[in-house]
Design a protein around this ligand. Structure first.
Ligand code: F0G
Length: 465
């Protein structure tokens, strides 16, 4: 018999087989108690060898393909004019369509250079929710980030299919209030990270483009997870089912003037990033600055071999079988956690499952960092490493110095690409469910060391009581 009987659903599996393995080590509860204490109850400060399943981030944690590893052997490590730079430039033109490429060692370096060039003190940068490093570079350049995402994005329970959309009325108000000359660009992220990996629709992006064009304002794209966003557009947006993911990615990029990119996510590499631009004069300025902060404009902080891996990874990122399995694995994990009755951000996002710590721990005040406490407890219980995305990550308001107390108080279970199997996802979901059952015993944390910038990376805590 060939094919499946009508109406019978076929399971799908990972579109790759495993060629090399890295053994995992399970720890004892006593070992984990010592490890998390030593880490100041901050999962960023754990040693990776003390972690069983590592869902800290999807950044730089992907498994490269055999083609990418083969590309690494073709690294041209010339100081200037490496052939891998030209491959990367070609790949960026083909996959994204931007004309000019400035390589950087990772995403925040591209944000640094762009912010320095475009932002003047007193400027305002509207965006569809902040990202930690992006906003900090905007502030360091003298600008101020203003959130113009739809209200639904701040509501974990809203099942709006495009929670990454811009609220056009909010954006119009910001333009009316400050004037277009104070707005160097509107910053549009795809698969909005801090909202839970939520997509922006093509229709909304088109409307943003039109509004900005009327006022002569640029649109800059944080393309870090654009392929994941494109997958959701194909799946959800009316009229898009027949388009390829690759075509949708091009359509998104064509609606913007340039992008910052952390290649450590969609592009399936362990290190790398870039700035891509259409405007000649902004490109000239960026090419000047990259030499100051990163390296010559044909390597920008990357080895030749790393640029080759990015070039190959960009093409792989828009292959349908890959992206369906990547997002599909996250949806599988999310559905399983949801079936256990644990509150999560809905709809399930593209790069991770976000536990709603506010809903899980209503007895813990936000200044006792419920999401941080929940992440520490999950590690203690199971050796699974997650990350806080709430009051610690949001930091302090630069003017009032108060905690920002964001509406989203989340624990992010971020899934690396092509690294873990469905069985790992089962173990994670069961671990989360167990911690959730014991939630009444979680009391919160007191911050005992607070770094000045991006405090979530290195802050230290002590348990209450
Ligand atoms: N933009 C987005 C949307 C990101 O998610 C990140 C990194 C960056 C920019 C900065 O790029 O790390 O290469 O300098 N996000 C990682 C994360 C760190 O875990 O979400 P980078």
């Amino acid at each position: 018999m060939t094919g499946s009987a009508p109406g019978r659903r076929r399971s799908w599996a990972e579109p790759y087989k495993i060629k090399m393995v890295e053994p995992l080590r399970m720890t004892t509860r006593e070992e984990r108690e010592a490890a998390i204490r030593e880490a100041g109850y901050n999962t960023f400060l754990l040693r990776s060898e003390d972690v069983y399943i590592d869902l800290l981030t999807d950044s730089g944690t992907s498994a490269m393909s055999d083609r990418q590893w083969a590309g690494m052997m073709l690294g041209d490590e010339a100081y200037a004019g490496s052939r891998n730079f030209y491959h990367l430039e070609q790949a960026v033109r083909e996959v994204y369509g931007y004309r000019h490429l400035v390589p950087t060692h990772q995403g925040r370096a591209a944000e640094h250079i762009l912010s320095k060039i475009l932002i003047a003190p007193g400027d305002v940068i509207p965006g569809n929710m902040y990202f930690t490093t992006t906003r900090l570079h905007q502030e360091l350049a003298g600008g101020r980030f203003v959130d113009v995402i739809v209200d639904e994005a701040h509501d974990p329970a809203s099942e709006h299919p495009f929670k990454g959309d811009v609220d056009l009325a909010k954006l119009e108000r910001v333009i009316a209030e400050h004037g277009a000359e104070k707005i160097p660009y509107v910053c549009i992220a795809t698969a909005v990270n801090m909202a839970g990996g939520q997509p922006i629709s093509l229709a909304n992006l088109r409307a943003v483009r039109e509004l900005c064009a009327r006022h002569g304002i640029r649109v800059i794209h944080d393309a870090t997870r654009v392929a994941e966003n494109a997958y959701f557009i194909k799946d959800r947006e009316p009229g898009c089912a027949g388009k390829s993911v690759a075509a949708i990615v091009r359509e998104i990029c064509d609606l913007t003037d340039g992008c910052t990119m952390s290649a450590k996510k969609d592009a399936l590499v362990n290190i790398g990033g870039f700035l891509a631009l259409n405007e000649d004069d902004v490109f000239d300025a960026a090419r000047n600055l990259v030499v100051v902060y990163e390296g010559l404009h044909t390597y920008g902080g990357m080895a030749g071999r790393d640029m080759e891996a990015v070039a190959i990874g960009l093409h792989e990122s828009v292959e349908y079988d890959h992206i369906r399995a990547r997002v599909g694995q996250v949806l599988y994990l999310g559905q399983k956690i949801r079936d256990f009755g644990v509150p999560i951000v809905l709809p399930i996002g593209s790069h991770g499952v976000f536990l709603d710590a506010r809903a899980s721990l209503p007895h813990v005040d936000q200044d006792l960092y419920p999401a941080q406490a929940l992440a520490a407890e999950l590690y203690l219980e199971s050796g699974v490493r997650a990350m806080e995305r709430g009051n610690v990550s949001a930091g302090r308001d630069p003017v009032t110095r108060e905690n920002r107390r964001p509406r989203l108080e989340l624990v992010r279970l971020t899934v690396p690409r092509r690294v873990y199997t469905q069985a790992h996802m089962d173990v994670v979901a069961e671990s989360v469910a167990e911690v959730y059952e014991q939630r009444a015993a979680i009391k919160g944390l007191r911050m005992v060391y607070e770094p000045k910038d991006l405090r979530f990376f290195q802050a230290r805590f002590e348990p209450l009581g």
